[in-house]
Design a protein around this ligand. Structure first.
Ligand SMILES: *Cc1c(COP(=O)(O)O)cnc(C)c1O
Length: 482
C-alpha cells in the first residue's frame, strides 16, 4: 500500500515514511491510494488485538505482519482492562462504544498507545538512526495520551503544547505530572488553534529542520494528522459492529449508524475508512459543540473558520480548523488540485466552498448536528435519569445530536472520554453544586452515581507537578529548537 499527499499525487511514500514524516512536504496529509477489502466473515470472531492486526496489515504493508500482531497484543491487552472496543446498550436501538478504558481515560489511547511502536518500527524499516522529536499541539486529551505512549521510548523526544486555561484541571495535571526524561510540556498563551497553528508553522519552517538536522534530530508529529494516529481507530468500528451482531442487536449485514463527537475529524474519518473497506455503515453523524464549523460545512459546502471561538465544556472539540477534513475532501473529490486550492483559500481568506458534486458525496455518507453546553448538560442528566447511563461532556454532545438525526437504523455513539475527566461539569449537569476542585468533584460524582473512579485519575493530586511554563505562541519555535 502506498500513500500520497492530499495536495500532490506525485508525492508517493510507503506507510513507514508516512508515519515517520507525519505531514507531507507540501503541507498536505498522507492518504492511502486504495482501500483494503475487509474480510467480514473471517474477522467477526477475532479478539480485539487479532482484529487490529488484520486492519493494520491491510494498510501498513511494509511492516512485518508478525510485528503488527505483537504490537497489537501488547497494546490492547491489559492496558485496556479487558474492555477494548466495549459496547454498552443505553436503550433500545442506542448503544455506547466506550473508548475510554485505556490508561489516560480518553479514546486517543487507542491510537497513541500503538503509534509509538509503529514509529520506532518505521525507523527500523527505513534504517534511520536519528533522534525523532515529536511536537504535539493538544486541546487536552491528545497531550496526555501522547506523553503516556512515548515516555521512555529510545530515540524519541516529545514536546506537548496545550492552551493555557483551555483544559480541565484533571487534563492539565495529567500532562504536568508526566514522568520520563524524554518529555516536555508547555502551556501556550492562546487557544487550541493558536497552539496548532504554531506547531504547524514549525513543521513548515525549513530553517528549523536545517538547524535540527545538524544535531541529528528529525521532527515528527503525533497529532491526528499522522496516518499512524488514524489507522488504529478504524478497528473499533468493526469490533463494535461484530459485538452488536453477536449480542443479537443487529442482523448480519444490516447497516449501523455511528455518531461521533468531533473536533479534528480524525475519529469520524476512521469510520469512513471502515465503510470504504466494506463495513455496513449507514450514516456517520458528525456531532459538534457550539464551535459548529463542521455542521455548517456539511449542510452547505462552505467551510468558514471566520467566526467566534467558544470555550465549551467539551474542550477537546473546541476547534475551528478541523485538519482531517482535508483527507475526506481528497477521497470524495479525487482531486488533489481541488484540495490544494481549497486549502490555499482557507489559509488566505479563512474559508472555502466545495463544488456541488463534492458536497453531495459528503452528504451521502455524513449527517451532522450540534449541541451547546446547555443541551449537553440536559443530555447527561436525561441519560442518567432515564437509562442509568453516565457519560462525559463530549459524549453528551453526540447523544444529543444522535437523537435529532436517528432513523430506524441502530445508532452507536462513540463515547470518547470517562465522565471522571470532566467531573465538575458532569456533576453540575446532574443538578449538584460542584465543589471548586476536580478531585472533590470526582469523589462527589462517585457518591452520586456509584460509577467507579479510574485509578489513573484519582492518584493525580498525589503526583509531583513537573511542568508549569507558559509561553507565547511565537515561542513554540524556540521550544522546538531547544
Ligand atoms: C479528541 C477528542 C474528540 C475529538 O476527536 P477528533 O478525532 O479530533 O474529531 C472528542 N472527544 C474527546 C474526549 C477527545 O479527546
Amino acid at each position: 500500500m502506498q500513500f500520497q499527499s492530499t495536495r500532490d499525487p506525485n508525492t508517493i511514500v510507503s506507510s513507514s515514511e508516512a508515519i515517520l514524516r507525519g505531514l507531507a512536504p507540501d503541507g498536505g496529509l498522507f492518504v492511502p491510494t486504495a482501500f483494503p477489502k475487509a474480510e467480514l466473515e473471517d474477522w467477526k470472531s477475532l479478539s480485539y488485538p487479532e482484529l487490529a492486526q488484520k486492519v493494520l496489515a491491510g494498510f501498513l504493508t511494509d511492516y512485518d505482519p508478525a510485528f503488527l500482531g505483537e504490537a497489537a497484543a501488547a497494546t490492547y491487552g491489559d492496558a485496556f482492562a479487558g474492555k477494548a472496543g466495549y459496547v454498552q446498550k443505553v436503550h433500545d436501538g442506542l448503544y455506547s462504544l466506550e473508548l475510554w478504558h485505556g490508561p489516560t481515560c480518553a479514546f486517543k489511547d487507542y491510537a497513541l498507545q500503538l503509534m509509538p511502536k509503529l514509529l520506532v518500527q518505521a525507523k527500523k524499516n527505513l534504517g534511520r538512526t536519528e533522534t525523532t522529536r515529536i511536537l504535539v499541539a493538544t486541546s487536552g486529551d491528545t497531550g496526555k495520551a501522547a506523553l503516556a505512549g512515548y515516555a521512555g521510548l529510545p530515540g524519541i523526544e516529545i514536546e506537548v503544547f496545550y492552551p493555557d486555561a483551555g483544559t480541565s484541571e484533571i487534563q492539565r495535571l495529567q500532562m504536568a505530572t508526566q514522568a520520563g526524561d524524554n518529555v516536555s510540556v508547555y502551556a501556550v498563551n492562546g487557544n487550541f488553534d493558536d497552539a496548532q497553528t504554531g506547531v504547524k508553522r514549525v513543521f513548515g519552517d525549513a530553517s528549523v529542520a536545517e538547524e535540527l538536522e545538524k544535531r541529528n534530530i528529525c521532527l515528527s508529529s503525533a497529532n491526528s494528522i499522522n496516518w499512524g494516529r488514524l489507522v488504529p481507530q478504524i478497528v473499533y468500528y468493526f469490533y463494535a459492529y461484530f459485538r452488536l451482531v453477536e449480542q443479537g442487536n443487529v442482523a448480519w449485514g444490516q447497516p449501523v449508524d455511528f455518531c461521533v463527537p468531533t473536533g479534528n475529524f480524525g475519529d469520524i474519518l476512521a469510520g469512513y475508512y471502515a465503510k470504504q473497506m466494506g463495513l455496513p455503515v449507514g450514516k456517520l453523524v458528525c456531532a459538534s459543540n457550539k464551535n459548529n464549523v463542521l455542521t455548517d460545512f456539511i449542510k452547505t459546502g462552505t467551510y468558514d473558520a471566520r467566526r467566534t471561538f467558544y470555550k465549551t465544556t467539551s474542550p477537546s472539540m473546541d476547534i475551528l480548523i478541523s485538519s482531517n477534513l482535508e483527507r475526506l475532501l481528497y477521497h470524495v473529490s479525487g482531486s488533489s488540485a481541488k484540495v490544494a486550492g481549497w486549502m490555499a483559500d482557507l489559509a488566505k481568506t479563512g474559508m472555502y466552498t466545495v463544488d456541488a458534486e463534492t458536497l453531495a458525496r459528503i452528504q451521502a455518507s455524513f449527517a451532522c448536528g450540534c449541541a451547546d453546553d446547555t443541551a449537553g448538560a440536559a443530555e447527561i442528566n436525561a441519560r442518567f435519569e432515564q437509562d442509568n447511563y453516565l457519560c462525559d461532556t463530549h459524549t453528551a454532545v453526540a447523544f444529543c445530536v444522535a437523537e435529532t438525526v436517528r432513523s430506524a437504523a441502530p445508532m452507536v455513539v462513540l463515547s470518547t472520554a470517562s465522565p471522571y475527566k470532566f467531573p465538575r461539569d458532569v456533576l453540575t449537569a446532574l443538578g449538584e453544586t460542584a465543589p471548586e476542585s476536580d478531585f472533590a468533584a470526582m469523589a462527589a460524582l462517585n457518591v452520586k452515581t456509584g460509577c467507579p473512579v479510574p485509578a489513573s485519575l484519582s492518584v493525580l493530586n498525589t503526583l509531583p507537578v513537573r511542568f508549569n511554563t507558559v509561553i507565547e505562541p511565537a515561542a513554540i519555535r524556540d521550544a522546538a529548537l531547544k
